[in-house]
Design a protein around this ligand. Structure first.
Ligand SMILES: C[S@@+](CC[C@H](N)C(=O)[O-])C[C@H]1O[C@@H](n2cnc3c(N)ncnc32)[C@H](O)[C@@H]1O
Length: 259
């Protein structure tokens, strides 16, 4: 369990707009703000006995000098979709322009960015993330990242990010709130080459999907619930899944539960 009292936020430079962002994040997620005061990052961590330090920079927030938001595979996936190639997640979601998607496990938002690209500006996409640190890094990354094409950037800016756990959020939703509800829980066995999410591992929530959550997700979905898991995972085989999408050589598969 992460102790927020031992986590603080500072800025790369003593600039007013960076300090404003740091203060906003501090208030929102309940960590400490420490003015930079020309101190080295090591000194701040040592002097304040911190386990983790977030630094607000112009284009991103960096945690412990190593974890930061990046759109990762979302950029090449969008490029491939534009060329008319298939994306198994998009196939499983069966989404089109104007649809609404609830991503219950936002993480680095790579999947959400791809879904957001497909549904476009007329669509609605909400991402839920329970870890306050991952929430802050991804939320700020999505609004400030300059990486990728115009299409990827528009897709990033269109995602609404909420700091909650999906259990609470789903319970409050009324029936048929989103066309598709999506889950990509943390895998039991890390896919070692999946560098994209290695940085967030230490902060992530490893909750298992329960039958109650899936029941609530189906209630909140107008059309379908999609669950991603690694190819040797056991979640999907215990559910009445309509279809499983994922190539023979793919490391992951997508289970579709129809309404
Ligand atoms: C495997 S990552 C998702 C990666 C994401 N699909 C992407 O493309 O970047 C799973 C994320 O879901 C979050 N998570 C796990 N359980 C959750 C819960 N009960 N409520 C909200 N978020 C949760 C974790 O903290 C983690 O950031």
């Amino acid at each position: 369990m992460i102790n927020l009292e031992k986590i603080a936020i500072t800025t790369s430079q003593p600039r007013e707009h960076l300090i404003d962002i740091a203060q906003k994040i501090r208030t929102e997620i309940g960590i400490n703000y420490i003015p930079r005061n020309k101190l080295s990052l090591e000194n701040i961590k040592r002097n304040y006995n911190l386990s983790h330090l977030l630094i607000v920079r112009e284009d991103k927030i960096i945690v412990d000098d190593q974890y930061f938001f990046h759109p990762g595979m979302a950029v090449p996936r969008i490029k491939m979709l534009k060329k008319g190639e298939l994306d198994p997640m998009v196939q499983a979601m069966d989404i089109k322009e104007g649809d609404s998607v609830l991503d219950c496990t936002l993480g680095m938002a790579n999947d959400a960015i791809v879904a957001s690209f497909i549904i476009g500006a007329k669509g609605t996409i909400v991402g839920i993330e329970s870890s306050p640190i991952i929430y802050a890094v991804t939320k700020w990354g999505l609004v400030s990242a300059q990486k990728g094409s115009k299409d990827s950037q528009n897709a990033m800016r269109n995602i609404s990010v909420i700091n909650s756990n999906y259990e609470d959020y789903l319970e409050k939703l009324s029936e048929n709130s989103f066309d598709v509800v999506y889950f990509d829980p943390m895998f039991d066995v890390p896919l070692l080459r999946s560098n994209g999410i290695n940085g967030l591992r230490v902060f992530a929530n490893y909750d298992k999907l329960t039958n109650d959550v899936i029941k609530n997700a189906l209630r909140a979905a107008r059309r379908r619930v999609v669950i991603k898991e690694w190819k040797y995972g056991h979640i999907l085989k215990n559910l009445s899944v309509h279809e499983v999408i994922g190539g023979k050589y793919s490391k992951v598969k997508f289970g579709v539960l129809l309404k």
